[in-house]
Design a protein around this ligand. Structure first.
Ligand code: G
Ligand code: G
Ligand code: MN
Ligand code: NA
Length: 249
């Protein structure tokens, strides 16, 4: 596989980069943090989307060194941001299946000096499918250390609600497929119910994929605590995220 060979080289050549998408706190209309999103600058193909290379990186196990790099890079960058701005890093189920993840998180924090409560790990339901006991034990230890845990792409799996019983998440991120359809009354009712769940469970609720004002107005009305999407800002290169973090809004 050509892309796989390229990817092995790419890690070594430093062709990967993180972009940072602002996450807006709807109570203050200011950024509460940024989600780190990987980009691959391929010398021939141009920018390759993680939607194309993450699945391959997971199959080949390359997501482990790549994910280690992303954690280190994101923590290092976030340590330079002002105030208590957080950085959210996506972590794949394959990384959780390896014993080194906890050590990797703790050393990224130590090396950067980033306080643990400014790091958030975004996991999907797939993380809780494998060895549930050891994964939840690992999540509990990370959380006891101060790291925040978010459930990503909520609502897209086969049995989303059962995952809320397996771990007390700090945040639930409502998948953008719900936001796209939020003009629909039934979809809005589901979003409102997720907000209610979040309140009862002590989790904040982020609406993902906000692309227009009507969607923003609607997620505010339904009680979402945070919003993220192209309307608010695209994922930004590190230097622009740094400026965004310092800009008074
Ligand atoms: O940025 P974009 O929308 O193209 O990302 C596509 C997918 O790739 C999303 O599901 C996102 O969670 C995932 N992704 C982006 N960056 C990372 C990363 O650093 N690690 C992992 N595991 N997934 C990522
Ligand atoms: O699976 P995850 O939620 O981590 O995916 C995040 C992905 O969503 C990133 O690849 C990012 O580029 C993309 N994204 C961010 N904002 C928007 C948006 O407003 N609309 C769409 N369609 N995608 C978005
Ligand atoms: Mn995510
Ligand atoms: Na998501």
């Amino acid at each position: 596989n050509v892309l796989e060979l390229d990817m092995r080289e790419a890690v070594r050549l430093g062709e990967f980069e993180l972009h940072y998408q602002p996450i807006i706190d709807l109570a203050t209309d200011t950024a509460s943090g940024f989600e780190a999103l990987m980009r691959w600058h391929h010398p021939v193909r141009g920018i390759v989307s993680p939607a194309d290379f993450i699945p391959l990186a997971e199959e080949t196990g390359l997501v482990v060194p790549l994910g280690t790099w992303a954690l280190q890079e994101a923590c290092r960058e976030a340590a330079a941001w002002p105030g208590d701005l957080r950085v959210a890093v996506n972590v794949s189920a394959v990384q959780f299946a390896e014993p080194g993840l906890e050590h990797c998180v703790i050393s990224a924090l130590a090396a950067s000096g980033l306080p643990p409560n400014r790091l958030e790990l975004e996991i999907t339901e797939s993380v809780l499918i494998g060895d549930v006991e050891s994964v939840t034990a690992c999540l509990h230890r990370l959380r006891a250390f101060g790291v925040r845990i978010a459930l990503d792409d909520f609502g897209t799996g086969y049995s989303s609600l059962s995952y809320l019983r397996r771990f007390p998440f700090d945040k639930i991120k409502i998948d953008r497929s719900f936001i796209r359809e939020i003009a629909d009354a039934d979809t809005a009712a589901i979003v409102r119910a997720i907000v209610g769940l979040g309140e009862r469970l002590g989790a904040s609720i982020t609406a993902e994929g906000i692309e227009d004002e009507a969607q923003l107005t609607r997620v505010r009305r339904e009680g979402c605590t945070e919003a993220q999407g192209y309307l608010l800002s695209e994922p930004l290169p590190a230097a622009d995220a740094y400026k965004f973090a310092f800009a008074k809004k």
